[in-house]
Design a protein around this ligand. Structure first.
Ligand SMILES: NC(=O)c1ccc[n+]([C@@H]2O[C@H](COP(=O)([O-])OP(=O)(O)OC[C@H]3O[C@@H](n4cnc5c(N)ncnc54)[C@H](O)[C@@H]3O)[C@@H](O)[C@H]2O)c1
Length: 359
């Protein structure tokens, strides 16, 4: 089989995780080029990863006939524009999280993928973990009884220095803060386990950084399956804590891995049962990228495709809408809702200056 050509747009921090994984898969694909508006970066990455070409204009990379797959590693504000351009040019697209900045953008990306019969994948590497598979298997087996509560703690610590990068901390370019760019990993993880959310009530604020976007948020959600959830997201919290716990009638199960059953006799029985689950070959970006490559080769959908990626965007936007309006938000967010578009969210932010409970 002919090796597939790969191009990477955005040659900053996360691009190296993509490049390393594509290189490791070089039996089946070939890293051809990097594009970055900072041409020095594009050249450095090209030399570092033994690719062949570098560009300052991403459209020059997209125009190449020897590239069939494009990894998008730019800031969130141009994910949609670049992904759609690459899909229209007949490329398969793997885009970094967050998938984009609005539901309108997500729908346009999905539509472009469908119409051009190309694959669209979103990078959510925590979905490709043993913990995700084990928790899902336990929930599906009914061994936890009826699920009752879901608790997501997505507490990160980011310095003022971190936000000096030109796109971070802005609604225009990062499209949100701790919710859409950090906690979104755990939001995706939780949605993958619990299914759709039916309503959200949230608050948020900027507490510890000189930035526009929220550095702390709290949401109460109700899932369509009746489970209640509490979600914490922050980039202003030290020490960091990352935890997702599902409590059921018969006990609880968590990331990082922990299983606690009311009846301890079943504990070792279930742990033995889990040992028979297939072991994962890869983790991190390598897992996402090898899944995407295999999907392109076999024509199946990637584990996290555009429709899956859209779900975490919808919950993040619903959290913002609730925090800004002070109201409980019912999902799905409709096409005629102002919060469906990025401009609608931006206008609401300007009007309310995102105060929480200011009345
Ligand atoms: N999956 C993860 O764990 C993970 C981790 C870090 C970052 N990310 C995501 O990856 C994306 C990039 O983050 P980063 O930390 O690598 O950022 P970065 O600032 O280090 O790199 C982004 C690069 O994109 C380039 N760029 C921006 N617009 C461009 C355009 N139109 N054409 C060409 N190049 C352009 C910039 O010059 C920059 O070099 C973000 O969406 C971020 O959320 C994901």
């Amino acid at each position: 089989m002919k090796r597939l050509g790969v191009g990477i747009i955005g040659a900053g921090g996360i691009a190296s995780a993509h490049a390393s994984a594509w290189l490791e898969l070089s039996k089946d694909c070939q890293l051809i080029a990097f594009a970055d508006q900072d041409i020095r970066r594009a050249q450095e990455r090209t030399e570092q990863f033994d690719a062949q070409f570098w560009f300052s204009n991403p459209y020059d990379l997209i125009a190449r006939d020897d590239i069939q797959i494009v990894s998008i590693c730019t800031p969130p504000f141009n994910h949609a524009e670049l992904a759609i351009a690459a899909l229209e040019a007949g490329k398969h697209v793997l885009v970094e999280k967050p998938m984009c900045c609005s539901l309108e953008e997500a729908d346009k990306m999905i539509e472009a993928a469908d119409r051009n019969e190309r694959l669209l994948g979103v990078v959510f590497q925590w979905r490709f973990t043993q913990e995700f598979n084990r928790i899902k298997a336990i929930l599906e087996s009914g061994r936890l009884g009826k699920p009752i509560l879901a608790v997501m703690i997505s507490l990160w610590w980011r310095t003022e220095e971190y936000f000096k990068v030109w796109w971070r901390g802005t609604w225009e370019r990062e499209c949100g803060g701790s919710v859409i760019n950090h906690a979104i990993h755990h939001i995706d993880f939780l949605l993958g386990l619990m299914g759709d959310v039916s309503c959200v009530s949230a608050g948020m604020g900027v507490f510890a950084h000189r930035i526009e976007t929220e550095d702390a948020a709290v949401a109460i959600v109700k899932f369509a399956n009746g489970v209640l959830g509490v979600l914490l997201a922050s980039t202003a919290t030290y020490p960091e804590e990352h935890r997702v716990t599902i409590y059921g009638e018969l006990g609880s199960v968590s990331l990082p891995w922990e299983l606690n059953l009311v009846d301890s006799r079943y504990q070792s029985e279930i742990e033995d049962w889990l040992k028979y689950m297939p072991r994962l070959e890869h983790g991190g970006h390598m897992a996402v990228i090898s899944d995407f490559l295999n999907a392109v080769q076999t024509g199946r959908r990637p584990l996290v495709d555009g429709r899956e990626g859209r779900r975490s965007i919808e919950l993040a936007i619903a959290i913002y809408k609730s925090a800004i309006t002070g109201q409980t938000v019912t999902l799905p967010i409709q096409h005629d809702d102002p919060f469906y578009t990025k401009s609608g969210l931006m206008n609401a932010i300007k009007e309310r200056k995102q105060e929480f409970c200011s009345r």
